[in-house]
Ligand binder design. Structure first.
Ligand code: NAD
Length: 468
């Protein structure tokens, strides 16, 4: 399969920088993207810039109407897009996989469309009239990772265009196919130049983040890349929203029933094979129920089917790419060498593709790389604690702060402990659910700024005061 590498000015464009896309289920080349040149990326920015004044000037209701059409298009093409997504990303079609990602993409698009852009009146009387308007910024560069590629693209693009900005979207070179196709399809609803996408060589991302005609960068990805982007955007003082890596801890209190929480704990950690920013990545369990939780998780893990995502019965697919597969293998090997007990998994599959079994690791503690680093894969370290204050201290002893959770039958106590977790979102008796009406973002090295709802929309406007 050959596919265009750019959509800009309302049309698709082929470049001559080939980008090979691998199917992680067999390790073979799935498609070659005809990636764009630097001059073509420049043309994409120009087309976004040219489209900006008319898009920003459209009546609010008209932008909303066109965005609702986008949601319809996503739904009409959901099966085609889900199939492409499974082939390039590896996630199953079923369960919390590609079809789920597409349905969330339509939901979030509608939600962004229905947000309002209020004018705040600070004072209005004989003395003064002071109004705060929300104005669009201009061209937004949206840069996206490979784990939830379509949904994260929607999270960035839709509030940006809702506020009246235009966008140049850069998908990950690991998973560009479904996004390029989606952007092509959305040209039927949106005026030319409002939403553009480019895939090319490694120079394209840095070019977007340094370009003087880009007003804002909305980035989701690793903390290391986030630091580079912040440095690159400094000379033109761009606005930034950075949604970066995490190493979320979950703390299970001794009053929990292991059998009751095993399934929820499992999917908190293994959703999308652990390749989720807010997956539970370190599980702290009280001494009194440590063995019970390990056994209940193990019993549940044995029921989960890992296989090719196109097989309707698969619940988890392969790891998305070889680098990540090697990282997970290395972290598990190191834990084993350090004396950890591998309850299940721990051996890379002999099959083609990047299959790695569900892996539970017991008798492991802080200071081991699989606890201290973001594994971003299907391997969960289970750590023993005896004092909850100590568990909270250990949960917080990391440079990142995206999510966290407390598990207990005592909801009041759990809520109170949750406020002590240093992170953007702390859950009680669950881990990971996000909502389109609730701000989501990280603290510390997990980034800054929020997505979703009115506060997320405000990331894409400047405040303009009219005072008379
Ligand atoms: P990554 O940082 O390697 O890449 C993300 C994107 O940035 C890709 O499109 C990549 O091509 C681009 N990029 C790389 N270098 C760049 C540069 N110098 N300038 C501009 N763009 C550049 O991340 P990844 O491996 O694709 O994704 C995994 C990471 O993303 C994990 O750390 C995960 O926790 C994080 N993540 C965070 C959230 C969140 O909401 N906080 C959500 C999903 C994933």
């Amino acid at each position: 399969m050959r596919i265009f590498g750019g959509v800009y000015g309302g049309a698709v464009h082929r470049g001559d920088h080939p980008v090979e896309v691998i199917n992680p289920a067999d390790g073979a080349v799935l498609a070659t993207v005809d990636g764009v040149s630097a001059a073509q990326a420049e043309a994409a920015i120009s087309s976004a810039r040219a489209a900006f004044p008319a898009w920003a000037a459209l009546p609010d209701e008209e932008r909303q109407r066109l965005m609702l059409q986008c949601a319809d298009i996503i739904e009409q093409h959901a099966e085609e897009l889900a199939t492409l997504l499974t082939q390039e990303q590896g996630k199953p079609l079923n369960g919390l996989g590609s079809r789920f990602e597409l349905s969330m993409a339509a939901t979030w698009t509608r939600n962004a469309a229905n947000l309002s852009l209020p004018v705040d009146i600070i004072q209005s009387d004989d003395e003064a009239h002071v109004a705060v308007h929300r104005m669009p910024l201009g061209v937004v560069a949206a840069i996206v990772p490979w784990n939830w590629p379509l949904l994260i693209a929607i999270w960035q693009v839709m509030p940006a265009i809702r506020a009246g900005n235009t966008v140049v979207l850069k998908p990950s070179p690991f998973t560009p196919l479904s996004t390029l196709r989606l952007v092509e399809l959305l040209q039927d609803a949106l005026p030319a130049g409002v939403l553009n996408a480019v895939v090319g060589d490694e120079a394209v991302g840095p070019m977007l983040t340094a370009h003087p005609d880009v007003a804002k960068v909305s980035f989701t990805g690793s903390s290391a890349t986030g630091r580079r982007i912040m440095a690159s955007a400094a000379s033109t003082l761009k606005r930034l929203t950075l949604e970066l890596g995490g190493n979320d801890a979950g703390i299970v209190l001794p009053d929990c029933d292991p059998d009751e929480i095993a399934e929820a704990l499992f999917w908190s950690a293994f959703i999308n094979n652990g390749q989720t920013c807010v997956a539970l990545k370190r599980l702290y369990v009280h001494d009194d129920i440590y063995d019970g939780v390990c056994n209940a998780l193990l019993a549940y893990a044995r029921t989960v089917k890992v296989g090719d995502g196109r097989d309707e019965s698969s619940q988890l697919g392969p790891i998305q790419n070889r680098l990540q597969y090697e990282k997970v293998s290395r972290l598990v090997e190191r834990a084993r060498a350090d004396g950890a007990r591998i309850l299940c998994g721990g051996e890379p599959s002999e099959e083609d593709g990047y299959f790695y079994p569900v892996t539970l690791i017991a008798d492991v503690t802080d200071g081991t790389p699989i606890v201290d680093e973001e594994q971003f894969g299907p391997a969960l370290p289970i750590i023993r604690y005896s004092d909850v204050n100590d568990a909270i201290r250990r949960a917080n002893a990391t440079e990142v702060g995206l999510g966290g959770s407390i598990w207990s039958k005592d909801i009041a106590k759990a809520r109170s402990l949750a406020t002590r977790l240093e992170c953007g979102t702390a859950w009680v008796n669950k881990h990971g659910p996000i909502r389109p009406d609730t701000p989501f973002g990280g603290i510390k090295a997990s980034g800054f700024g929020v997505q979703f709802g009115p506060l997320g929309l405000d990331e894409f406007v400047s405040l303009h005061v009219v005072h008379d």
